[in-house]
Design a protein around this ligand. Sequence first.
Ligand SMILES: Cc1ncc(COP(=O)(O)O)c(C=O)c1O
Length: 406
Amino acid sequence: MSGIIPARAVPEFEAAFELQGQLRSLRENGLLREPICLDSAQGARVHIGGREFLNFCSNDYLGLAADPRVAEALCRGAREFGTGSGASALVCGRSRPHLDLERGLSDFVGRERVLLFSSGYLANLAAVSSLMRSGAGLVLEDRLNHASLLDAAVLARARFKRYAHADPVSLQTALISAPQRKLVLTDTVFSMDGDICPLREIAGVCAEAGALFMVDDAHGFGVLGDNGRGALEQAGLNQKEVPLLVGTFGKALGTGGAFIAGPAILIETLIQFARPYIYTTAPSPALAYATSAALQILIEEGWRREKLRDLVAYFRAHARELGIDVQDSHTAIQPLIIGEPEAAVAVSGRLRERGILITAIRPPTVPRGSARLRITLSAAHEKGDIDQLLRALVESLAKRKPDACA
Ligand SMILES: Cc1ncc(COP(=O)(O)O)c(C=O)c1O
């Protein structure tokens, strides 16, 4: 009965909202979500309920989420500037650590200005809602964009269309009859598949059609490019070609929050019109301080990116040898498509019995029929951890279906 409230505890409003029925239906379809609780810090190994697990589902790609230097910076930031910002940024919530982080990021990504947000979800909503606030225009989105980009268009009440996944021709077609004001949005690294958007081609289509191009580099920032500047560095694209860049801190940087970087006029527009910036308490100054420390580590310790790349190649080569059906992804996100939600939950459970933590990802997060194990690798892992993962995968998948593994 986990996740479902016993009938005796159901309050009067249940009759009007029919919550029990909705929750029951989720459970019957294998779609009920059950949050887990870690008893330890993030890392290659985590503890849950007194047991240790090898963790292959966090976005802590560089192993910084529990780095003692970042933790120490958080403490120092809290001692000097406090834990809470106390107000929204435009009232009096923006302090020196926010400004330093904005400047540090602006230098790092080579863009005129940077604005901080409490989360990537809010950053995406801020950009789309302020640019499309008049109601005129069209937003075009990759079919497999992250929910926060899709929600941004819906919540902004913008007219929007989806184009075929990673397909510049489909985008070009969708742009033919589009109005003058057009905003194109895409993940750089697709969050549930790990494949990389053909950014140069999409940027070319945008330039030709006069569309404003914005990318969400949540899974590329810190990880891709020779210097970790992200997917745009890897693709050799500048601010002119891709005016708006969204990056998040909760993944490679190991803290929390997000930024938008771009031309001064766009950032000024966000400051004036973005409700998710104006009407919310500014991020914690201590966290901004810690994020600057994490950014410094990211810049200085290129070995983390290299190690991650080696581990990805190692995983893929050995998985293929073992007949495990890996997808065409060369990033830290290595999904194994299982199919039905119940089957994905069952494989995840068998992995858990073997000491491996990988939560099953199910619809509506991914399309129907493509429930999956979203395996993520981190610089905190060692090759021995991956060997253990592969052994557990062979056993857990083989139990499911004889042809899933050689
Ligand atoms: C591509 C992408 N964009 C945005 C977000 C949201 O970022 P945040 O967790 O900071 O809200 C996520 C995931 O969390 C993501 O995967």
